[in-house]
Design a binder for this molecule. Structure first.
Ligand code: NAD
Length: 703
């Protein structure tokens, strides 16, 4: 009854089923087959008084195999397996450790008793993948803890700790010492007490946990927490059915709902982003023998917003980092900002004061370049100015040790030019962090034609150490993210000059799913910051007199955004909200008059199309040019760095979802309305739309 990953050992009259499916004990087809054989073997052999289920390695079952989503439904397999397990005539005890998620937790609900080691975490994160628990979880868990608490757990989607699991009634006890021994000891005590099986499916749901008021509250919560999404509402349907349907009927209803959920665009998009994020580290064409260099310390040049955030990333990863600025004042300001960031984390209970001190001790300030000589990676984060950056790279070249990676955090400048200021352009790479650098998960790794493969691998390893999602891009203006931002921002600014209110533009984008409307983003980042980028890149901008003129006009009127309480919106002290501002509206109107821009009204659909189509169009160009290696990489950049809704899968996945023909026709419609300067369908879009193909198909055929 043993298989490659499932073994059964008899310890006296206790049968111990032990699973070992590294790295995280995913429940895949082999595990299911092994478990099924193990349960059948135990039943056939007789003489067993209790069964224990444990896993080897770092964790109990971490969850189901997400790779199986695309294949034929597996719910019947799970149903049968869990039924066999639950129907064993002797007590079945699960002993858990690690992170027990989704299907991993559902297995234990089919066991009769549940124990967990200290530090174990439990969760049902299915709605984050657009589905619902589909292995009996929606029917068994409410029989254990009620409908309301089950739905709280599912809708929250975040793991809970042992103490919470005990309070909720998900587990029976916390165990200490060796998990297997402790679970066997618990099973022996059950045998001694003649406890017998205790099947979850035979319990009934407490109707007080599923009143109309409770379901209404949860429905409201699901709608506001997961706007434009179905999965959370589907979970409410499935779980509340547990209070009405007999168990077996409930299971079939759950299967029907989960299979419906898997077929939604929401789930397909979320699963796409999940896998795309895993794939970004696979860089096509990178030689296998390109070995990453060791990174044990870092140096940062520029102690401003980004430099400070980057230094925090290093310290959080337990890597010592030296941060350099030109004056003591600038350095002190930077270090004070770092201290404040940690203070706020202590205040929010995210770390202890001792943690803060330990991390601050890893960050050293300096005014002298020789102090950077020992750093394995140096990241420049000074003002966005090519000549300044070239000067700094020349100095870094003089002081950095041989083999050090020299990186720039530039958002838009040509890294090839920066690298050319050194005698070692092969060691130069872009490491484009996003603001706030210690929070945002994205890291664009920008390679020039001369960047050595080993340096790219080192950057990917560094990203892992800093807990970032890296996406490799080739050099071009703005790389992947900011290059795509150009048309998106251009249209938003243009529409406010055509008479749309900032709130209307941002509102339409947010309702569609963007985390924050783009004009509110500008106010947050600083209108002056945007204007500096526009000025630095004026040469490459098209001959359009209205280009980014909303930014310029507000800036000229002294409106810098949140930092001085006025930008596209007005901000009031002590209030984080944004308010309409007639003064801003008047500035925009008078700018429009000077530029002869006709005033018109805008539907939400037009706002979304005019912002998103240029974004998608540029993403397609980026893909076609090989700036991004895969469509999924473009999607990850926008989901991880720009607040694009994951449930729409990223810009290129979304383009496939609505159809490339729709995007092509949309761009052509606006070209006919506004002229061809900004509205030319990308050649690859034109081709694929005509052929009726998707970007995913094109990408797959190419990679
Ligand atoms: P910032 O103005 O906050 O900080 C720049 C720092 O560099 C200042 O502390 C300044 O004193 C220091 N500095 C200037 N000249 C220097 C020199 N010669 N030697 C050492 N230090 C010097 O700017 P920031 O927002 O942190 O941006 C830094 C870089 O990061 C820019 O290239 C920017 O484009 C890029 N970036 C910014 C963001 C963002 O949202 N702020 C996001 C991604 C990338």
């Amino acid at each position: 009854m043993n298989s490659d990953c499932v073994t059964v050992n008899l310890e006296g009259d206790v049968a111990v089923i032990s699973v070992n499916n590294p790295p995280v004990n995913t429940i895949d087809a082999a595990v299911r087959a092994g478990l099924s054989a193990a349960v059948a073997g135990i039943r056939a052999r007789g003489g067993v008084a209790a069964v224990v289920l444990v896993c080897e390695g770092s964790t109990f079952f971490s969850g189901a195999d997400i790779g199986e989503f695309a294949g034929p439904p597996k719910e019947a397999d799970y149903r049968d397996l869990f039924r066999q397990l639950e129907q064993l005539p002797v007590p079945v005890v699960a002993g858990m450790h690690g992170v027990v998620m989704g299907g991993g937790l559902e297995v234990t609900l089919a066991c009769h008793y549940r124990l967990a080691a200290p530090g174990t975490r439990f969760g049902l994160p299915e709605v984050t993948l657009g589905i619902i628990p589909g292995a009996g979880g929606t029917q068994r868990l409410p029989r254990l803890i009620g409908v309301e608490k089950t739905l709280d757990l599912i809708l929250d989607a975040r793991p809970v700790d042992v103490a919470t699991a005990l309070t909720l009634g998900i587990i029976d006890a916390e165990i200490s010492g060796d998990v297997r021994k402790a679970t066997v000891a618990f099973a022996r005590a059950l045998i001694h007490d003649r406890a017998g099986p205790r099947r979850t499916s035979e319990r009934s749901v407490d109707p007080n946990t599923a009143t109309g008021a409770i379901i209404d509250r949860l429905t409201q919560q699901a709608k506001s927490r997961y706007p434009n999404r179905e999965a959370a509402l589907t979970a409410i349907k499935a779980v509340s059915a547990a209070a009405k349907l007999p168990f077996e009927e409930g299971l079939l209803y759950e299967t029907e709902l989960v299979n419906g959920a898997k077929a939604t665009a929401e789930s397909k998009a979320l699963v796409h982003v999940f896998f795309a994020e895993r794939d970004t580290r696979k860089v096509p064409g990178l030689p296998a023998d390109a070995k990453p260099r060791a990174i044990a310390s870092g140096g940062v040049v520029g102690a401003g917003t980004m430099g400070g955030g980057i230094a925090i990333c290093f310290a959080n990863a337990n890597l010592p980092v030296t941060i350099l600025d030109t004056t003591q004042e600038a350095l002190d300001r930077g270090l004070a900002f770092i201290g404040k960031t940690y203070d706020s984390m202590v205040k929010r209970g995210r770390m202890t004061t001792a943690d803060k001190e330990q991390r601050m001790a890893l960050i050293r300030g300096t005014l002298d370049y020789p102090d950077l000589a020992n750093a394995d990676v140096l990241i420049e984060a000074v003002f966005e100015n090519l000549e300044l950056k070239r000067k700094i790279f020349k100095t870094l070249d003089e002081v950095a040790k041989p083999g050090a990676v020299l990186a720039t955090n530039t958002s838009t400048l040509d890294i090839t030019h920066i690298a050319a200021a050194t005698r070692r352009p092969q060691d130069v790479v872009g490491l484009h962090f996003f603001s706030p650098a210690n929070v945002m998960p994205l890291l664009e790794v920008v390679r020039t034609d001369l960047t050595e493969p080993a340096v790219i691998r080192t950057a990917l390893d560094l990203a892992k150490a800093l807990r970032k999602t890296p996406v490799v891009a080739r050099v071009c203006y703005g790389f992947i993210g900011n290059r795509m931002m150009e048309g998106y921002a251009r249209e938003a600014e243009r529409m406010v000059l055509e008479g749309a209110m900032p709130r209307q533009v941002d509102g339409a984008l947010e309702e569609w799913g963007m985390a924050m409307g783009i004009l509110a983003v500008f106010d947050m980042a600083g209108i002056d910051v945007g204007v500096n980028v526009h000025r630095a890149n004026a040469e490459r901008y098209p001959p359009d007199p209205a280009y980014y003129q909303a930014d310029f006009a507000l800036h000229a009127a002294g409106r810098l955004g949140q930092k001085n309480g006025k930008g596209y919106y007005k901000y009031l002290p002590g209030d984080r909200g944004r308010h309409d501002d007639p003064e801003a509206a008047e500035i925009l109107r008078s700018t429009a008059r000077q530029l002869n821009i006709p005033q018109r009204s805008h539907s939400a659909a037009e706002i979304v199309e005019r912002c998103l189509y240029p974004l998608i169009n540029e993403g397609i160009r980026i893909l076609d040019e090989g700036v991004a290696a895969r469509a999924g990489d473009v999607d990850v950049v926008w989901c991880a760095g720009y607040g694009f809704p994951r449930y729409r899968g990223g810009p290129l996945f979304y383009a496939d979802t609505i159809g490339l023909k729709t995007v092509y026709d949309g761009i052509s419609k606006y070209r006919d309305l506004f002229g061809p300067m900004h509205w030319q369908p990308a050649p690859l879009l034109t081709r694929l739309a005509a052929e009726g193909r998707t970007l995913a198909e094109w990408d797959k055929a190419r990679n």
